[in-house]
Design a protein around this ligand. Structure first.
Ligand code: GRF
Length: 223
């Protein structure tokens, strides 16, 4: 069992894993600064030492290793897991983390490991989700926040936000509109997480003690 070190506010320490731009991380930081999210980012972890995401927090909160300098995925994941554990997070949030996490990492943070994925899961797992949605002729696309399990993008979905796919959409146009809903979606789920309302049991997401048999559908302006 995770040893929670802050008994009065037990769910508010957030570690973020990010590989690139870090706009989702920035949305978390902005929500905390605006007191819309009662939480603390206790570390940002990256497999890309030059990731822009790292620049969004002060140096003591940054951790990065070039994955190519590690002998294999297991060694990298073990280093990463030790570093994440060292900041005693209540939640570990993959926000644009582009490396697949191995089963030992997932097991170590099971039940407190979340990911934001740019599709309405279970549609379009993996990469290039916007191109997948356009190629499939989808009328609606969006984003999901889900618990991470070893199978890629297959864990219990907590909440989703949809956007319309418009005639003539390029992947970049669609990605930009999905990103507009990703940010408030992730913050909304973290508000629930930081107030202890979310858990995972037997592969199901639990909200306020009740299983979520279908994900929450939250609505945000995508323009
Ligand atoms: C987001 O679309 C996220 O859903 C996906 O990668 C992108 C990362 O964006 N997994 P950012 O780094 O948060 O700006």
């Amino acid at each position: 069992m995770h040893d929670r070190k802050l008994p009065l506010t037990p769910f508010r320490r957030i570690a973020v894993l990010a590989s690139g731009r870090g706009s989702n991380l920035q949305a978390i930081l902005d929500a905390i600064a605006a007191q819309r999210l009662d939480a603390e980012v206790v570390g940002v972890f990256s497999d890309k030492p030059r990731a822009r995401a790292l620049q969004r927090v002060p140096p003591p909160l940054r951790w990065a290793r070039d994955a190519k300098s590690c002998p294999d995925r297991a060694a990298f994941d073990a280093d990463l897991a030790d570093a994440v554990d060292a900041v005693q997070p209540d939640w570990v949030v993959c926000a644009g983390y582009l490396r697949i996490l191995g089963a030992p990492f997932v097991a170590r943070f099971s039940g407190r490991l979340l990911n934001i994925h740019p599709s309405l899961l279970p549609a379009h797992r993996g990469l290039r989700t916007h191109a997948q949605a356009i190629a499939a002729g989808d009328a609606v696309h969006g984003a999901s926040v889900h618990f991470v399990i070893p199978e890629l993008d297959a864990g219990a979905v907590i909440a989703q936000a949809a956007v319309a796919v418009l005639p003539g959409d390029s992947t970049d146009m669609l990605a930009a509109r999905v990103l507009c809903v990703e940010h408030p979606l992730l913050v909304s789920v973290l508000q629930m997480a930081a107030s202890g309302r979310i858990a995972e049991q037997h592969g199901l997401a639990i909200l306020d003690g009740q299983p979520l048999f279908t994900p929450l559908r939250l609505e945000f302006d995508a323009s």
